[in-house]
Design a protein around this ligand. Structure first.
Ligand code: AMP
Length: 401
């Protein structure tokens, strides 16, 4: 890279954290990355991976808010021997909820107003913090374009009969209650990669993509376009997750609320933070702990593991039906990339629908390794692909500016 090459700064702002990566514009070359944790606390931790993979710099101290966090990031990026401000071509932001937007947007007043007025209500736990990142970038880097890349955008191709809930129609018109879907940037990233691995044009592929991290969702993707996804109006619907329940009969929720006289806030906490693997096992939201406990004979951990895999299998089956067959199933994110046990359990006994796993390849595909885990004879291929949402955001933001 030349000293004056343009770069893209990619920001992922959470409620108390800021993750960042810098890419050389027009390439997939990640130059540096880092994370600030515990924003707002007096002992925030900044971990900055210096240029060219040199030593990691870890600092602790007060980082008051997101604007201060971005100043701290820029101080490290633009310090002695670092980048020049004029090299920053664009700042790409991960924004969880894009509401009506079906593509990334260069941020202007209209976009900001829409994000504030519509999407804060749709994603109150995420979008206000993503928005803070945009405002902080505008303040710290005047004149540099900001591009918002939405987790929901990839799912805007889902047809109405799939995104509507069978509730009175007025709740759709009044409150925009419908399926939106999340993790779209990740599903899109691995779909593109899978097409390359299949050596087929993306437009000719049929894929079921499984993003299995602490949050988890699946998508049915035909020709690079999403036709359905497991998350819904919020990231609570769908498969079982670390602490989220996934699909559940709403009447059961009402019954629990009435029986225990719970407030909406209490119930929301139970569904989002105390359910899933943690709720069923009573042990942990981390699948590694669940697998270990199950191996040690803990029956509830074993039940949680089986439920988790069973629900993924059901979605895979339903999406293969929607697509009338699939070229490949893709596993990605923390669990998808690293857990041969989950992949083996999910893919067990699917020979009759053309999915045959190679156990040796499956066991070997961990720790960032990418590749095929299906047997040579398997009509449907199975891939493990490392997702890179920041790279995808960089590519999309680059194109827009
Ligand atoms: P993510 O949200 O994509 O960062 O994924 C985080 C989750 O991945 C953790 O909560 C773990 O449950 C899971 N995970 C990471 N490594 C492994 C592993 N080796 N085996 C099973 N699960 C894993």
């Amino acid at each position: 890279m030349t000293a004056n090459a343009l770069i893209n700064l990619i920001l992922n702002c959470g409620s108390s954290s800021l993750k960042y990566k810098v890419f050389e514009s027009g390439t997939e070359n990640c130059l540096t990355s880092g994370i600030i944790e515990r924003i707002g606390a007096p002992d925030a931790v900044i971990t900055h991976n210096a240029l060219n993979g040199n030593a990691v710099d870890r600092t602790s101290g007060e980082v008051k808010n997101h604007s201060a966090a971005i100043s701290a990031v820029l101080a490290r990026l633009l310090g002695k021997g670092g980048f020049k401000k004029r090299q920053i071509k664009t700042v790409g932001h991960r924004v969880v909820h894009g509401g009506k937007y079906s593509a990334p947007m260069v941020v202007d007043d209209e976009v900001k107003n829409y994000l504030k007025e519509v999407t804060f209500e749709l994603a109150p736990l995420h979008n206000p913090f993503n928005f803070e990142g945009i405002v902080a970038a505008e303040k710290n880097l005047p004149g540099v374009p900001n591009v918002a890349v939405f987790d929901t955008a990839f799912h805007q191709t889902i047809p109405d009969f799939a995104y509507m809930y069978a509730l009175p129609y007025r709740y759709y018109t009044k409150y925009l209650v419908r399926k939106y879907g999340f993790h779209g940037t990740s599903h899109q990233c691995v779909a593109l990669r899978a097409a390359k691995m299949l050596k087929k044009p993306l437009s000719k592929t049929k894929l079921v993509t499984c993003h299995l991290g602490n949050g988890a969702s699946l998508a049915a993707v035909r020709g690079g376009k999403c036709e359905d996804t497991s998350m819904g109006y919020t990231p609570l619907e769908g498969v079982m997750m670390g602490t989220r329940c996934g699909d559940v009969d709403p009447a059961a929720v009402l019954h629990i609320m009435m029986s225990e006289e719970l407030s909406m806030h209490d119930m929301d906490t139970i569904l989002n933070k105390q359910s899933g693997l943690l709720g069923v096992s009573g042990i942990s939201n981390d699948l590694r702990d669940i697998i270990k406990a199950a191996e040690d004979g803990n029956e509830r951990a074993a039940l949680a593991f089986t439920m988790y895999c069973y629900r993924i299998k059901k979605y895979i089956g339903s999406y293969i039906t929607l697509l009338n067959g699939a070229d490949a199933i893709v596993f990605t994110a923390g669990v998808g990339e690293n857990s041969p046990a989950v992949r083996a359990e999910v893919l067990k006994n699917l020979e009759n629908i053309g999915i045959i796993t190679d156990p040796v390849l499956n066991r070997a595909m961990v720790s960032g390794r990418e590749g095929k885990i299906s047997a040579a004879s398997s009509p449907v291929k199975v891939f493990v692909i490392a997702t890179d949402e920041e790279l995808m955001i960089s590519r999309l933001a680059d194109k827009m500016t």
